[in-house]
Design a protein around this ligand. Structure first.
Ligand code: SAM
Length: 217
């Protein structure tokens, strides 16, 4: 009885997830403070909880798009009165966001120049969080995980966005993506643990993608 209720809840959640995703409202009609943001608002609420709890000194985001998520992060950091955001994108997308806590860097997240610059900045910060939201192919995400995971400091999060694609449960036609990259990355990195509590609202675009670095490795 209990099992079947749990199963039917999961089915309903999956159906809603697919309907919501396919509506594309999260991509075309969702804004933060007037700026387009390509996120599921339930995930943004989880971001808010993480930021309040962890009070990062630096948040590195790969994939800025219009800048809505970087602005959201900057505004959350205003509320906790701490931290800076570095958001990296290969394109400018006509972005016009300005916020004293946010820097936009142009280039590939995997460029050696960007990575070298990041390393110097990270040395100055004790609590670093990383959000991977750029190219969602398995190959690119795996390389980002490889290059960025060591920047995340103990007790902070490494968030791998859009692990819901490739039929997990949406966009079957995507091909291997973040979920498949995580399946390769996690067994090699016991210092990171999936924080399933971040999926408590029943529909996250990042299933299995909220990784917390253990307080002590
Ligand atoms: C999903 S969008 C980012 C959405 C944004 N974080 C938000 O929530 O509004 C992905 C972005 O990644 C960028 N991108 C693609 N390949 C990239 C790369 N190699 N390095 C950095 N950014 C890349 C694209 O230009 C695009 O703006």
């Amino acid at each position: 009885m209990f099992q079947s209720r749990k199963k039917s809840r999961k089915t309903i959640q999956e159906k809603f997830h697919k309907a919501y995703y396919e509506s594309r409202v999260w991509l075309t009609e969702t804004q933060w403070m007037g700026v387009t943001i390509a996120k599921n608002p339930l995930d943004l609420w989880v971001y808010q909880e993480i930021i309040h709890r962890c009070k990062p000194d630096l948040i590195i985001e790969t994939g800025s798009y219009k800048g809505g998520s970087a602005l959201f992060l900057g505004n959350m950091l205003d509320l906790v009165e701490n931290g800076q955001v570095i958001s990296i994108d290969i394109e400018s997308h006509g972005r016009s966001v300005e916020h004293p806590r946010v820097e936009f860097w142009q280039g590939s997240s995997l460029s050696e120049t960007i990575l070298a610059r990041l390393k110097t900045r990270v040395n100055d910060h004790s609590k670093v969080m990383v959000i991977l939201d750029s190219d969602h192919s398995e190959e690119h995400v795996l390389e980002e995980l490889d290059k960025y995971h060591s920047l995340v400091t103990p007790g902070q999060y490494l968030i791998c966005e859009d692990s819901n694609v490739n039929g997990n449960p949406v966009l079957k036609e995507h091909g291997p993506g973040p979920k498949e990259a995580l399946e390769k990355f996690l067994p090699q990195h016991p210092e990171f643990k999936v924080d399933a509590s971040c999926e408590k609202f029943g529909m996250s675009f990042n299933p299995g993608g909220y990784l917390k670095r253990k307080a002590t490795d």
